[in-house]
Design a protein around this ligand. Structure first.
Ligand SMILES: Nc1ncnc2c1ncn2[C@@H]1O[C@H](COP(=O)(O)OP(=O)(O)OP(=O)(O)O)[C@@H](O)[C@H]1O
Length: 328
């Protein structure tokens, strides 16, 4: 009997990503699947267990127990049971969740650190993000105005992370689990409207789908792919411009000036970052860029971390606020 269409879709998606040139080194090493016990990562694990036989490799499931919800250990054990039943070796990683930024951010940090540390050297870690997650990421990035990189969404291959299901709908992973007799865990957080993402998923996206008569999630995911290609090209151009503009005395303004603003600002952002200046806003970068492309002798902008950018003798330099060399 041919496999269920949802099961086929998850397998095809996985095969496609792991056959791509970017994933070449991952084909014959063990694959790790990060599994929460939810439908996305359980369907992913089942697809991986099936495909691994063709690739001549094996699958290890890692289930992170953040210990934040009552009964989390039982949820993790249940995920391990199901992973074992579909032919993966599996283990629970219990992590300590603390540090800045609230419990969600701390849990994410602890999860990724544990997965990275536990994976066999050279192995990919497969994550179950779906097309719906991608659409939500893009919409959130757009709404927050956080720049091309965040609107470009999550990449499919970002070593050691691999996201084979970015082109697969969440409803497909749920259908695949049903067809395979798996019993995914429903995270109560996924329906709690105190989380921004949940409201996006349950209120904003359905309304947009209705107003635009469907296809919104796919369109957002397509936008992400296109922007990713554009952002990659601009980043590569900026890296080359930056390579030529660096001098021991600072950044050569003339080597930057005639490039498009999108390239200049990226080069400036990367240079400032390398100089130890982070947390840059769009306004900071525009003010920095004005020193290059629209200079009328004005002073440079103050930058986060008590730094100031100055232009002198045709060079840009980052200085600690307070020092003031002659203009030039
Ligand atoms: N407890 C967990 N144990 C192992 N893997 C997990 C766990 N939680 C999430 N994952 C992995 O991460 C994927 C994405 O999960 P989820 O959407 O909940 O993450 P998130 O909190 O939105 O954070 P991010 O999108 O940054 O990963 C899952 O499909 C799964 O592969």
């Amino acid at each position: 009997m041919p496999p269920d269409p949802a099961v086929s879709a998850t397998r095809t998606a996985l095969r496609r990503v792991l056959s791509s040139p970017e994933a070449e080194s991952y084909r014959s090493v063990p694959w790790v699947v990060a599994c929460s016990g939810g439908a996305d990562s359980l369907a992913l694990a089942a697809a991986a267990a099936h495909e691994a036989r063709h690739f001549g490799t094996e699958v290890r499931g890692l289930v992170v127990d953040h210990g934040l919800q009552v009964g989390s250990a039982a949820v993790a054990e249940r995920a391990v049971e199901q992973l074992t039943a579909i032919g993966c070796s599996a283990q629970v990683l219990a992590v300590e969740v603390d540090g800045p930024g609230g419990p969600e951010a701390a849990a994410r940090r602890a999860r990724y650190a544990a997965l990275r540390a536990e994976r066999p050297a050279g192995s990919p870690v497969l994550l179950g993000h779906t097309l719906d997650d991608q659409a939500e990421t893009v919409l959130l990035g757009l709404g927050r105005g956080s720049g091309a990189r965040s609107i470009a969404g999550m990449p499919a291959v970002d070593p050691p992370w691999v996201r084979p299901l970015l082109g697969v709908r969440r409803e497909t992973t749920e259908a695949a689990c049903r067809a395979l007799g798996l019993d995914p865990w429903s995270d109560p957080h996924n329906v709690d409207p105190k989380f921004t993402r949940v409201r996006l998923r349950t209120e904003v996206l359905p309304l947009l789908e209705e107003v635009l008569q469907g296809g919104v999630a796919e369109s957002l995911a397509r936008t992400a792919r296109q922007l990713r290609d554009d952002a990659d090209a601009l980043d590569a151009a900026a890296a080359e411009v930056l390579r030529r503009a660096r001098t021991p005395e600072g950044l050569d303004v003339l080597a930057l000036r005639d490039f498009p603003a999108a390239v200049r600002r990226r080069a400036l952002r990367d240079w400032l970052f390398a100089e130890g200046v982070g947390e840059l806003s769009d306004a900071h970068l525009r003010a920095a860029d004005a020193l290059v492309a629209n200079w009328r002798g004005q002073g440079g902008p103050a930058l986060p971390g008590d730094f100031v950018l100055r232009r002198a003798h045709g060079r840009l330099r980052v200085e600690t606020a307070g020092r003031k060399p002659p203009n030039g």
